[in-house]
Design a protein around this ligand. Sequence first.
Ligand code: C2O
Ligand code: CU
Length: 463
Amino acid sequence: MEGMDHSNMDMEGMDMENGHASHTNPLELNNSTGENELALPPLVEAKDGVVDITAQQGKTEIFEGVQTDTYGYNGSFLGPVIRVSEGETVTFRTKNDLLEPTTFHWHGVDIPGEGDGGPHQLLQPGASEDVKFTVSQGASTLWFHPHPEGSTAEQVYKGLAGLIYVEDENSKSLGLPDEYGVNDFPLVFQDRQFNEDKQFDYQAVRNEDGTIGDTMLVNGTLNPKLTVGKEKVRLRLLNGSNARNYTFKLNTGDSFQQIATDGGFLNEPTEMSEITLTPGERAEIIVDFSKYDASSDVALVNEADSILLPFKIDEQKTNTVAISETLNDYVVTEEEKNLSVTKKLELFGMGEMVYINDKQFDINRIDFTQKQGETEIWEIYNKPDMMGGMTHPFHIHGTQFKIVSIDGKEPPVELQGWKDTVAIEPDQKVKLAVKFNNKGIYMFHCHVLEHEENGMMGQVEVL
Ligand code: C2O
Ligand code: CU
């Protein structure tokens, strides 16, 4: 896929002088040596309708014998998987135990604006807040992370990120692998750069076009491996990196099946040989390990080379599941295809000079309004610059949208599903059918976190 990778960017002389990671020469990811079994985040469900979520600081042994200062939710590093069901009314009891303000943003969740956790909902150190809502969307893999103006990128980098699983009647009836940590695994991919003391020194490595690192952490595990059965396994992939794109493949060249996009199932399991995710995007895939055995060398790799996650096959574990051929009834209607564009957005710039419609984010400015429950067509154009430009993962809060077209054409089948973040390559024009089910103020922005912080963000007020 042209233009989907930082290495395709042509930005000569960018940000070289202070020794920052340059996009002209992206840092290679080190191969996982597979010595550590992948960490599995704790799975939590509401107790008496409440889920407690505390942002805290701590120390984590990422490298053997070394304590790294980290942030986490309900623990020292990263966060739990919160499992909810469609129709359930739940209270997220959030608490800020950090020494700095933060917010709790529910990425991909259909939630009233006041609970969305954007930059307006700052929680001071020591403060708590209850976010109560009814889960109104179908089965999906969503996530949560902080969103305070000016420190989103750094707080995420230090470890604030968790997952939200939504289940519904449909998801339980499809025959999908769904035993958490047995045949259904969350995989949060984050590249990091450690200093000599094995600490995150975000300010030292910050890159205005997106901070990347040479060290891969999956669920916070360094050099991970994952032991799986000789069976079909569901992997829920989240690109939780600040800026790096991944093209996931199997080193064997074998294909896998994609079953879900950001916000729900594809209509049918779709055979794929690779899948690219930009920051913020998710996908669920099924890998059939029944054709391998304990001696097989199977791994998830990035592009051609770097080994992200080697698998170890446990031949004792076998279970044959028949996955339904029909997973969902997603459709872009004729009516939606025929709607005219009512919102135009132009993404432009790089580094600290990034704009949407020539403007940088202003928390006191509402850029657009839209009526609750009404579908509008947003047209997003990634305007290239003299040096080509880069892919921007465009995200809208508080909704799942449909991709109507990419450069006038129907999107590929793996993008024919609910999305909240879409990769837009230089010179691409993407049309989205966007509907908000709730009222309030929502952000839209580039999910390269440094771009978001540098102002490639705006606000839509739903009335
Ligand atoms: Cu993933 Cu504005 O967020
Ligand atoms: Cu961007």
